[in-house]
Design a protein around this ligand. Structure first.
Ligand code: ACO
Length: 133
């Protein structure tokens, strides 16, 4: 038996010529219209394993802050530390570009994600009522 670990993935920016991984983005955000509203405003970063894209995130930056608008790992590859590796990569990229902070939003009932984000150093700063309606 063999198990993949997050260490054997390559994380890189998606080039303009490559297809946008909508199948993955839709796992995190079921609204294609919402994805269209931010997909061209930031950097699309992907994680590759054996030359196949298995995870992605979208980082939108302004001068002082960055936001992870979407983060998704292929369902067959979840729970292997890839999400954690992507969050770390996003924080590094934001820092390199001079951002002072990085944020990510999710539903307040998404306990697993809240656990993951807090474990990776994110702190709860705001609850926006009816955001997803
Ligand atoms: N429920 C419980 N625990 C979780 C969950 C969950 N849904 N997701 C991650 N964790 C925990 C893991 O158990 C692990 O804990 P440990 O370090 O104590 O062992 C830790 O978080 C890290 O987990 P990873 O393996 O790095 O996470 P994964 O690779 O599965 O990626 C992600 C997490 C991105 C949330 C993935 O599950 C996914 O793609 N889900 C579907 C899409 C989604 O909901 N995206 C987020 C929407 S919000 C937004 O996009 C801004």
């Amino acid at each position: 038996m063999a198990a993949h670990l997050a260490g054997d993935i390559k994380i890189r920016e998606l080039s303009k010529e490559e297809a946008i991984p909508y199948d993955l983005l839709l796992l995190a955000d079921p609204s294609a219209a919402a994805i269209s509203s931010y997909i061209h405003t930031g950097e699309i970063v992907v994680a590759e394993r054996d030359k196949g894209i298995i995870a992605t995130y979208v980082l939108v930056k302004d001068k002082v802050s960055a936001e992870i608008k979407n983060i998704a790992v292929h369902s067959a590859c979840q729970g292997q530390g890839i999400g954690k590796a992507l969050l770390h990569d996003a924080a590094q990229r934001a820092k390199e570009k001079g951002c002072k902070n990085i944020c990510i939003g999710t539903g307040n009932s998404s306990i697993g994600q809240l656990y993951l984000y807090q474990k990776q150093g994110f702190e709860m700063v705001e609850i926006r009522k009816d955001f997803f309606y």
